[in-house]
Write a protein that binds this ligand. Structure first.
Ligand SMILES: [Mg+2]
Length: 327
C-alpha cells in the first residue's frame, strides 16, 4: 500500500453500539413484571435481577445477570455508548457493570460525558443551537406552567440540565387537550413534545441523541467500522434510523405506536428477555458470535422489518449463551 492509499483508507475502529438505558438496558421493578407472562414468572425474574440503581435509598433499576454478562462481553468488542434522556445526575445514579465508559450521552444528546466528565465544547455547541430557537427553555417552562401549576394532574415538572422540560402527570386526570396544545405551541417554536408513560418531554428540535452520536463518532480515534443502536422510545428514533442497523424491544413507546422501520429489527421477547435479546443481537452484529462454520455473513443479516415482515429469528441468536429469556 502506498502513502496515498493509506490516506484514502484510514483504519477502521471497533463497531459503535449506542444503547438507550431505561426499558432498553435497565428496568424498573414494574417494567420487569410487565414483561413476564405471569406472576410466578415475574417473581422469578425479580428474584434474580440485579440492582443497578438506588434512588432515595431504594432499589430503582435492574438488569438480569445474563444481560450484565452480555453487556460486559459487548464492551470487549465494541465501543459501547450509554445514550439516555436522563439528566447527568439521574445517569450517575446508575452503576453499569462496565465501569465508566469512554463516552456516554445524557440529556437526550444535550451532554456528552467523556470519561464521566461533561464535555464543555459540546455544551457550548448545544447552547449555540438552543440560541437559534424562537424561545428558550425558560419560556417553554412558563408555557407549561400556565396549564400545569396547581393542576390536580401535575405530579412534578422540571427544567432538565438547563436544556429541556419534562412534566410528570397523573394520566387518569390529565385532560386530553393539554398535550396536543403543548405540541402545537412547541412545534411553532422549534420544540417537540413526546410522552413516555407519565412523563411528558418538551425537547429542542435541533438536539437529539443522534446529533451527539455523530459527535462521538468523530471523536473516536478510528472511525467505527459499523454502527448499531438499541432503544425503545420515540426519542430514540433518530438514533435507531441513523445507525447502520438497530433493534428495539417488543415493548415500550415505539411498540405501542406500532412503529416499524426497514433498518430496525424487533425482539421476540419483552421486558428483561428483550434486553438480553438486544444485547445478543448487538454482539452478533459486532461479529463475535458468528460461528466458525457459519456459511457467510449474509446468513446473519438483520431480519429487517418492513410492514408485515417477520420478527428477528432465533437463528440469529447464539445458543451457546445461557439465556432462557430469549424465547
Ligand atoms: Mg428508553
Amino acid at each position: 500500500m502506498n502513502a496515498l492509499d493509506a490516506v484514502a483508507t484510514p483504519p477502521r475502529g471497533r463497531p459503535l453500539a449506542t444503547i438507550d438505558l431505561d426499558r432498553t438496558l435497565i428496568y424498573s421493578a414494574a417494567a420487569i413484571a410487565e414483561g413476564a407472562p405471569d406472576n410466578a414468572a415475574a417473581a422469578a425474574l425479580s428474584a434474580t435481577a440485579r440492582c443497578v440503581e438506588i434512588y432515595d435509598g431504594r432499589p430503582q433499576s435492574f438488569m438480569s445477570p445474563a444481560a450484565m454478562a452480555l453487556l460486559s462481553e459487548l464492551v470487549g468488542v465494541a465501543e459501547v455508548v450509554p445514550t439516555t434522556t436522563r439528566t447527568m445526575e439521574q445517569y450517575r445514579r446508575i452503576t453499569l457493570p462496565i465501569g465508566t465508559p469512554r463516552f456516554a450521552i445524557t440529556s437526550n444528546g444535550g451532554n456528552i460525558l467523556v470519561d464521566g466528565v461533561p464535555d464543555v465544547a459540546w455544551s457550548r455547541r448545544v447552547a449555540d443551537l438552543l440560541g437559534t430557537l424562537a424561545v428558550g427553555v425558560d419560556a417553554v417552562f412558563e408555557r407549561l406552567e400556565a396549564d400545569a401549576a396547581g393542576a390536580p394532574w401535575l405530579r412534578t415538572m422540571r427544567i432538565a440540565d438547563g436544556l429541556f422540560c419534562y412534566v410528570v402527570v397523573e394520566l387518569d386526570l390529565l385532560p386530553p387537550q393539554v398535550v396536543p396544545a403543548w405540541a402545537s405551541w412547541a412545534a411553532e417554536r422549534g420544540w417537540n413534545v413526546s410522552r413516555q408513560g407519565r412523563k411528558i418531554y418538551v425537547m429542542p428540535d435541533p438536539v437529539t441523541k443522534q446529533l451527539a452520536v455523530d459527535e462521538v463518532t468523530t471523536r473516536l480515534v478510528n472511525r467505527p467500522s459499523s454502527s448499531y443502536a438499541a432503544g425503545d422510545g420515540v426519542l430514540d428514533q433518530p438514533m435507531l434510523v441513523g445507525a447502520d442497523a438497530a433493534i428495539r424491544p417488543r415493548h415500550g413507546e415505539l411498540e405501542e405506536l406500532g412503529w416499524r422501520h426497514s433498518n430496525v429489527a424487533v425482539t421476540e421477547g419483552r421486558g428483561l428477555a428483550a434486553s438480553e435479546e438486544m444485547l445478543t443481537w448487538l454482539l452478533t452484529r459486532a461479529g463475535t458470535m458468528v460461528d466458525a462454520d457459519e456459511p457467510d455473513k449474509s446468513a446473519l443479516a438483520p431480519q429487517m422489518l418492513g410492514a408485515g415482515d417477520e420478527v428477528l429469528r432465533s437463528s440469529t441468536i447464539d445458543r451457546s449463551i445461557p439465556n432462557e429469556g430469549l424465547r
